[in-house]
Design a protein around this ligand. Structure first.
Ligand code: 13P
Length: 389
């Protein structure tokens, strides 16, 4: 009966204020250039990169925490935020033996892209030897959006073309830009439009440098709202994102998406089962995402490790038009980080913890995860208000 209720309450199209506010595209003569899909000289390579990342049983390890955020993680295990400690932790992650069986791409922070492991090998080379494609976070973080309801916008477009060209030279083959949308703060039409426009400009620039852009408008978990409200906001956000991606001639076959799953707000009393999250999320994707997009790589957003895996598994119970997988940071690294605790003698156990999560999510990508035998720790939620990257 759940689906009948959903159909009635929220999936029926509502009049969109965004669409209503925009001058009708059909009323304008269509210039010849907007009919062409601009792929640029890297088109074949973009398709190949996106397809290899979105290959069966594989997903992305997000390890692109900015130095400030990495510092918070290290502080949680009593370590100082030094370059040496960040290097030791990231060496542990990239060199976990056999990680490439489950992970096809790793998103790095700029420091790591140019860094060597503690044994003096380039981090990017260690990843490539594991058959893991290196990626790079290219946004410059969030700042307050003037004129909005205490919302944010994402910086980083200035100088982006020269940075993406340099990152390609350094071995990166895909990029990430994370902006956020807050439900309790609105979201205002201004914030949604700004988020979508920034993502589209970034995507076009990245493709021209040969990097597959991961398009990530994170709809924050913060709030007391129910799942229907998240669904409604997500429909608006993704409509806007695809409108501007198309306007900027972004080549859809050469992008990857990183959405939030459609869940109730973190402070909503009514929780949703994995089946319900999957039903709402897949409905959103079917309504908004063209099948030419090769992969949907979800963020975990503060869900527990096991919750994120169960939800992914529920979405892979029948074939989807796109590869539906993961690009988790917290839901892959949490137990690993705690197990390590900054002690060299714990490196192997910490790598095993990472491999356990990577394997579980790989199985969930194939729709065959049962959730059996998981530790209590991996069931603990990680939601933090106003989380930044
Ligand atoms: P989480 O999985 O911790 O939400 O991280 C997502 C992210 O954007 C990192 O790239």
């Amino acid at each position: 009966m759940a689906s009948a209720t959903i159909l009635k309450s929220s999936f029926l199209p509502k009049r969109s204020e965004w669409a209503a506010a925009r001058p009708s595209a059909t009323a304008q003569p269509m210039p010849a250039s907007s009919l062409a899909v601009r792929a640029g000289s890297y088109a074949d390579e973009l398709v190949k990169t996106a397809k290899s990342i979105a290959s069966p049983g594989k997903g992305i390890m997000a390890m692109d925490e900015s130095n400030a955020t990495c510092g918070k993680r290290l502080a949680s295990i009593g370590l100082e935020n030094t370059e040496a400690n960040r290097q030791a932790y990231r060496t542990l992650l990239v060199s976990a033996p056999g990680l490439g069986q489950y992970i096809s791409g790793a998103i790095l922070f700029e420091e790591t892209l140019y860094q060597s492991t503690v044994d003096g090998k380039k981090m990017v080379d260690v990843l490539t030897e594991q058959n893991i494609i290196p990626g790079i976070k290219v946004d410059k973080g969030l700042v307050p959006l003037a004129g909005s309801n205490n919302e944010s916008w994402c910086q980083g477009l200035d100088g982006l073309a020269s940075r993406t060209a340099a990152y390609y030279q350094q071995g990166a083959r895909f990029a990430k830009w994370r902006t956020v949308v807050s439900i309790p703060n609105g979201p205002s039409a201004l914030a949604v439009k700004e988020a979508a426009w920034g993502l589209a400009r970034y995507a076009a620039i990245s493709q021209e440098s040969g990097l597959v852009p991961i398009v990530e408008p994170e709809i924050l978990l913060d709030g007391e709202h129910g799942i229907d409200r998240t669904f409604e906001v997500a429909l608006k956000v993704w409509a806007e994102v695809f409108f501007y991606l198309a306007e900027n001639n972004v080549f859809f076959e050469g992008i990857l998406l990183k959405p939030s799953m459609v869940t109730p707000g973190a402070e909503c009393k009514e929780r949703a089962t994995p089946e319900k999250v999957a039903e709402y999320t897949l409905n959103l994707l079917k309504r908004r995402i063209p099948p030419s997009v090769p992969g949907i790589m979800f963020l975990s957003g503060g869900q527990s490790e096991v919750e994120a895996t169960l939800n992914l598994n529920a979405m892979n119970q029948s074939p989807n038009p796109w590869h539906v997988s993961f690009s988790y940071a917290r839901a892959l690294q949490n137990t690993c980080l705690k197990t390590w605790g900054g002690r060299p003698e714990n490196v192997k156990a910490a790598q095993d913890a990472l491999l356990t999560r990577a394997k579980a999510n790989s199985i969930a990508q194939l729709g065959k995860y049962t959730g059996e035998g998981e530790s209590e720790e991996s069931k603990e939620g990680m939601f933090v208000k106003n989380y930044s990257y």
